[in-house]
Design a protein around this ligand. Sequence first.
Ligand code: B12
Ligand code: SF4
Length: 482
Amino acid sequence: MSYLDIILVNAHQARTSKLIALTTGMTAPLGITYIASYLRKHGFNVKILDNDIEQFDGNQFKHYINSNKPRCVAISSLTNSINNAFLLAAVVKTVDPDIPVVFGGAHATSLPEQSLLDQAVDVVVRGEGEETMLELLDALIHHRPLTQIVGITYKDHGQACKNPDREYIKDIDRIPFPAYDLLPMNRYYLNSTRRLTNRKIGVILTGRGCPYRCTFCSRLFKTNVRLRSPENVIKEIKFLIKEYGVGEIHFLDDTFTFDKDRAIAICRLIRRNNLDIIWNCNSRVEHASDELYSELYSAGCRELFYGAESGSQHILDSLKKGISLAQTEKAVQLCKKHKMLVYCSFVYGSPEETKETLAETLAFARKLNPDFVVFCMLIPFPGTALFQEAVKRGFIDLRNVEWDQYMNLMSTDPPPVNMSVLSNEELIAWSKKAFRELYFNPRYVIKSIKRISSFTQVYELARGFMAVLSHQIWQFKSKVKG
Ligand code: B12
Ligand code: SF4
């Protein structure tokens, strides 16, 4: 019988996952898909299970592992899905305790020793996974010691052993494109509120790392920025168009416009190659310029996403965001001038937040009048500077944390940790007010109705609305139960 070397699993998100999927949609899990292609290139036999899509329960997963008989199972999770990752790991061990279970991704990278406290987890790969997983898999399959493999923390006779960090891959052009063929590509989608066209959507990462140090952000690839060449990016766009009929692309880079010349070079190549795509990307407000924005627009960019974060300069500075309110205003105006949609995200409830700063944020958001706006309650995710502060100041007790609650989707949900001087009730009341004022005003409603161009969009909006409603009912019931 031929054995499968490894199954890479994307652990499903906590119960809110259904809500996410219904209100926003689901895109390909690039991390494990990159690792899959890297391992395959080196001769390993690989499968991917995206459990955000499959939603296998314990029994179904057991059956899946039993029928595939992998030599190793490697599980990816964020903080919100770590408990489900532990459940899946336990199932693997019930099938065969000798199958090594490896964890990776944002959460395990930030808390490797804590993740290893779970009985079913054998090894944690910290940070960038391609090279480490390749060496690790080879060692696990050939029963070699793990002492020399940099970038892992592993269990040895019940003790956590931390090997040194691995250096990041310098030339990321040499990493093969994600193994899209191992994913259920036709099951990924984004709802009408999240997409720009009715075309098929693809996601691409054109660089790794972010040089900024915002205190609420967990940067897995650290400050060390590595960018793919424009030619390499264009190749992947062509591949997605040809193989998967993709017509709309979402660039997932933390800041696509970090290197202006490279961003412009990508735009020019898109035009020169007549690539028929509409796209969006994340940007920073201080990168705004007429030159850049006119290049972005001519190459099909129709939306920019800015982390505006706050309407208070004091809060922006305390979060180490490194931008000014004036820069945000200028960027939003320029973006509108160049006929691209403006998406602004704000965080609220940070340690320095007060009623006054919240009022400033709401006034600022109103003044900016973006096409889309989100207000996210600040959550100190593992891997962030605020998380360290929260642990130090006793807001988080690592022996007793409900990771499933680490989610900032609904404005009515209380935050798992509140580091501000305001009460949960005050924060929730503000966020409800902010959503009401920005979403339920005639200007926004008319804009949204104008955007609806098909029956599918009406259906999706209704589905999202029902999901939100059912979440509210669940929340109410939980409160009543006590
Ligand atoms: C796209 C995205 C999403 C998408 C899809 C996520 C997905 N399926 O991948 C959606 C919209 C669903 C999403 C949701 C959320 N996200 Co998100 N998301 C991202 C984003 C922008 C890109 C992810 C990506 O594709 N990266 C590129 C790939 C190549 O990197 P990677 O996934 O990290 O994988 C590499 C390594 O981590 C490692 N690795 C990863 N998994 C594994 C597994 C194994 C076994 C091994 C060996 C290695 C390994 O190797 C990979 C290749 O080098 C990142 C920011 C970022 N720059 O990464 C945030 C980010 C991952 N999200 C974050 C957060 C907070 C969330 C939410 C909690 C937000 C919320 N609403 O509350 C939810 C929770 C979702 C969940 N699963 O629990 C945080 C994670 C913080 C944390 N500690 O969990 C990030 C880092 C943003 C940030 N800067 O803070 N997200
Ligand atoms: S919030 Fe954006 S700019 Fe700030 S560190 Fe994170 S990715 Fe970088």
